[in-house]
Design a protein around this ligand. Structure first.
Ligand SMILES: *Cc1c(COP(=O)(O)O)cnc(C)c1O
Length: 391
């Protein structure tokens, strides 16, 4: 029997893997020590656990464990990377290049930096959601200190030309920060091979707990320095103070290990299921894929359903399928997604789009169910629409 609603919103968060929960449990009870306590075994056990997890995180992205800074999530990692670099490299320059389709955690932080005297260039994207590397090249100034471009987009799954971006950054001696919250653990992310200097990721997008994330900060070629944004105690090599969340860190480590071991088979399995879902919905007619189909996460599809607004689809299906539109649903009137708007979609088409994020616990039975339910509802809404237009 299917458990309803079927969860297809794994880009917003994922269920914690039971194997991760199991690893975390002792750290709420008998192993409750503070990892900074140096005088007794409670502290030593906690510290050893944190260092094991740090190694597991580092291995996932091919970093050294001394390059991992624990934070509360990708939002904080984004803040620390951008503000920390901006403050530390102010004598070199005040210019940062990013893109209009970045996560709000990057865009809002850039807005804040502008108020502090920073200059930010927001690159447009092509209609397939990727930046134009020539545009990036053209916008570099003598004062540019940082390029901040995400690995894969949270609404469309579109993967940016990471190696080309890092090559340009390197050529000009500019740091490259990458928000990899959607990519790390799902596809190969390799900070050496990809030429990334700072990288943000988070546990709850990879079947780990919420409220724990990390920032990779390169230690050589070049050695990156940051000004801490949270002071007190000098934890995490003075870059992020505060008692470490040991249970969550243990879980994050396990989550990384599982992703590493299962990445290849999972990516293939989910790619097949995603394609099945996508192809069946496209066959309804007047359904189009948003974003580059080649450079895209294997488990994500963003579709526009012409003549049936996404909001209607979502609301009428929400007892059966949990999905989201890219739009910010904080207001009563849904705003069209700024990511899709940046890809030159009309308001109408942007408002008619849905994001499907498959995940580790998605089954073929669930995908078959989703295809049937969505197809029926699209037919129904289009018939209603048609009747409405006629009268
Ligand atoms: C989810 C997400 C974030 C925010 O991560 P939190 O851990 O929830 O703070 C940042 N960037 C991207 C691309 C994301 O998908």
């Amino acid at each position: 029997m299917l458990q309803l609603p079927v969860y297809l919103d794994n880009n917003s968060t994922t269920r914690c893997d039971p194997r991760v929960v199991e690893v975390m449990l002792p750290y709420f009870s008998e192993k409750f020590g503070n990892a900074a306590s140096r005088t007794h075994s409670f502290g030593w056990i906690a510290e050893e656990t944190v260092e094991t997890a740090r190694k597991q995180l580092a291995e996932l992205i091919n970093a050294d464990k001394t390059e991992i800074i624990f934070t509360s999530g990708a939002t904080e990692s984004d803040n620390l990377a951008l503000k920390g670099v901006f403050e530390n490299y102010s004598s070199k320059g005040n210019h940062i290049i990013t893109a209009t389709t970045e996560h709000k955690a990057v865009l809002d932080t850039c807005k804040h930096i502008e108020k502090l005297g920073g200059e930010i260039t927001y690159l447009n994207v092509n209609s397939d959601g990727r930046i134009d590397v020539d545009e990036l090249q053209k916008n570099i100034r003598s004062t540019t200190i940082l390029i901040a471009i995400m690995y894969a987009n949270n609404e469309t799954g579109v993967i940016q030309p990471i190696k080309k971006i890092s090559a340009i950054a390197k050529e000009h001696g500019i740091l490259f920060f990458c928000d990899a919250a959607q990519a790390a653990g799902k596809i190969k992310v390799d900070v050496i091979d990809d030429g990334i200097d700072l990288l943000a990721f988070t546990a709850h997008k990879i079947y780990g707990p919420k409220g724990i994330g990390a920032l990779y900060v390169r230690r050589k070629n070049p050695r990156v320095k940051l000004i801490a944004q949270t002071d007190g105690g000098g934890h995490e090599r003075n870059m992020r103070s505060g008692t470490l969340n040991v249970p969550a860190i243990a879980g994050f480590g396990k989550a990384c290990e599982l992703c590493m071991n299962e990445m290849e088979t999972e990516a293939t399995r989910l790619n097949d299921l995603r394609n099945k879902l996508e192809n069946n919905l496209i066959s309804l007619g007047d359904v189009s894929v948003n974003g580059n189909k080649e450079f895209r996460l294997p488990h994500v599809t963003n579709l526009s359903f012409k003549n049936s607004t996404a909001n209607n689809l979502m609301i009428r299906l929400n007892t059966k399928i949990a999905i989201s539109s890219g739009s910010a649903c904080t207001s009563a009137l849904p705003e069209p997604s700024y990511v899709l708007k940046a890809m030159q979609l009309s308001d109408e088409l942007a408002n008619a789009s849905l994001r499907f994020g498959l995940g580790r616990f998605t089954t073929e039975e669930e995908i078959d169910f989703a295809i049937k339910e969505i197809s029926d509802m699209v037919h129904k809404l289009r018939t209603e629409n048609h009747a409405f237009i006629k009268t």
